[in-house]
Design a protein around this ligand. Structure first.
Ligand SMILES: *[C@@H]1O[C@H](CO)[C@@H](O)[C@H](O)[C@H]1NC(C)=O
Ligand SMILES: *[C@@H]1O[C@H](CO)[C@@H](O)[C@H](O)[C@H]1NC(C)=O
Ligand SMILES: *[C@@H]1O[C@H](CO)[C@@H](O)[C@H](O)[C@H]1NC(C)=O
Ligand SMILES: *[C@@H]1O[C@H](CO)[C@@H](O)[C@H](O)[C@H]1NC(C)=O
Length: 482
């Protein structure tokens, strides 16, 4: 197989956070940039299949994962072309599916599968700690929403085909096309008028704003008669532990490594050295600034490489970058690879599932600019937006995310600046701190790592705090304590 050869060449080894590892390690550097030119990577790792371009291929009610009686589910492919197939898994809402909103879920990477979200975070079932089976999740996000998990771009997870996507813009275009195919299908067309949401995490800090912005511009083109298609009724955007604006967010590594709710990650001298790598005239800050100011892919790629080599990677210390209370690698959340591959026949999957496709990651590694302006545009267009994070995550830590939020230049900026943090209580238990401003909200969830809904805190159950957040925002409400 192509991938294993390339893996040897690149010596990509998942020594950082092997189990929750959504961000590849390249030549020992977390989030590093490979030295092979991106366009070397093409092709699929599955045999030619009987695809149906422009249509879905669906297995209904496989009985896997969602075992609540009477809840519809479907899994399968939307074939963009004969050689580009997007994997999806749809779960109808446990309550009132016909009127419930539709939420799309995307994990990040780039190159990581959304089955992570399904089985480790907020799906109808969650993987057991020994990876052998699943248990029903009472705090599943499909309690009151229809949820559609999508493996993208092509090549990720169970999706398969030609790897033509190397930017969030290209990914957005494919997902818009996928949604046209999905909502044209008689099984799912009834959801087209319902409110639509995009929820995403990690590199989704780029995907979320880019997809949302693209959906809105396609809607405008349809309304203006310039394009034929089904309008996507986008009302909500949720971004968890996201990378949106590197310039705002990279100093967060330096603050968090020295001072966070758990323990310092590295020595003071390592922090001082990383700080110099940030501030020096040829340092990370200067390089990201050049990237943002119209820099070429090569400038941006060098910035990512330099910053991750000199700041992100060394500051992680010996702790799991996705959950710093534990040493690296934290075995939780448990690996899903063998379990998910054992389901293939039942659910209609055709590729061999891997958590992250490094070829897809490599295609993206030449980019990675600032998506904050797109996020501002989406908020200003009236899409209810929440940014959230777990306070135990280093790799997209709250210091960085809160700096990004503080720099948002949007309709609600002055309102947001007037807000002080309020305690977010869930069933009477303090679970985080939040701010609301207009239809924008931010929350930091206590005790949660990178995959926020995978964690518990105090007397709350796994995923309980995240579920309250999701339900409030999906109901078009600001956050409020209960
Ligand atoms: C699974 O492991 C996590 C992390 O160690 C722990 O918090 C949780 O209680 C475990 N779950 C069960 C059912 O033992
Ligand atoms: C980083 O360097 C700047 C400028 O020299 C300094 O103001 C700041 O306190 C330093 N931060 C840390 C965490 O050492
Ligand atoms: C915020 O956006 C407005 C309108 O686009 C612009 O005029 C203003 O300069 C921006 N402010 C900052 C601090 O970037
Ligand atoms: C959501 O709430 C906002 C603010 O209250 C309101 O302006 C908007 O119309 C609501 N959207 C929907 C879809 O109900």
């Amino acid at each position: 197989m192509i991938l294993s050869t390339l893996l040897t060449v690149l010596t990509i080894s998942p020594w950082h956070g092997a189990l929750a590892g959504q961000i590849p390690t390249v030549n020992g550097i977390l989030g590093g940039v490979p030295t092979i030119k991106p366009d070397t990577f093409k092709g699929a790792d599955v045999l030619p299949l009987a695809t149906t371009p422009g249509k879905l291929r669906v297995v209904e009610n496989s009985g896997v994962c969602e075992t609540t009686p009477g809840v519809f589910q479907a899994s399968g492919y939307g074939d963009l072309t004969a050689t580009e197939s997007i994997w999806f898994w749809f779960f109808a809402a446990r309550n009132n599916p016909d009127t419930a909103p539709l939420a799309l879920w995307f994990n990040g990477g780039p190159g990581s599968s959304s089955m992570i979200g399904l089985f480790q975070e907020h799906g109808p079932c969650r993987i057991t700690n020994d990876s052998s089976s699943v248990t029903l999740n009472p705090f599943s996000w499909n309690n009151n929403a229809n949820v559609l998990y999508i493996d993208q771009p092509v090549g990720v997870g169970f999706s398969h085909g030609d790897l033509n996507v190397g930017t969030s813009q290209e990914a957005a275009s494919d997902i818009w096309t996928f949604m046209q195919i999905f909502l044209a299908d008689s099984r799912f067309s009834k959801y087209a008028p319902n409110n639509l949401a995009i929820w995403t995490e990690s590199y989704g800090g780029h995907y979320g704003p880019t997809f949302a912005s693209y959906f809105l511009s396609q809607n405008a083109a349809i309304a203006a008669g310039k394009l034929t298609g089904i309008p996507l009724n986008l009302k909500v955007l949720g971004v968890g532990d996201g990378l949106t604006d590197p310039l705002s967010q990279y100093p967060g590594y330096i603050s968090y490594a020295g001072n966070n709710p758990y323990h310092a990650l590295v020595s003071t001298s390592t922090i001082t050295k990383a700080n110099t790598s940030w501030t020096s005239s040829t340092g990370c800050k200067a390089q990201i600034t050049s990237c943002n100011n119209g820099g070429s892919n090569s400038v941006c790629s060098k910035a990512q490489s330099f910053c991750n080599n000199n700041i992100l990677s060394p500051l992680a210390g010996n702790f799991d970058v996705y959950y710093v209370p534990t040493a690296n690698p934290d075995p939780y959340p448990a690996d899903i690879t063998d379990y998910i591959n054992s389901l293939k026949t039942k659910i209609g999957a055709e590729a061999t599932w891997k958590e992250t496709n490094n070829n897809v990651y490599n295609n993206f590694a030449a980019t990675g600019k600032n998506s904050r302006p797109l996020l501002e545009g989406v908020i200003n267009a009236g899409v209810r937006t929440i940014v959230y994070d777990g306070d135990a995550d280093f790799i997209l830590n709250f210091n960085g995310v809160e700096a990004m939020v503080a720099n948002l230049n949007m309709t609600f900026t002055s309102l947001l600046k007037q807000q002080a943090f309020q305690t977010y209580t869930v069933a009477g238990q303090s679970a985080g701190q939040f701010k609301n401003a207009g239809t924008f909200s931010y929350v930091r969830i206590f005790g949660a790592g990178h995959e926020v809904p995978a964690y518990k805190f105090g007397k709350l159950a796994v995923g309980q705090a995240a579920s309250q957040m999701f339900e409030q925002i999906m109901a078009n409400q600001s956050l409020s304590s209960t």
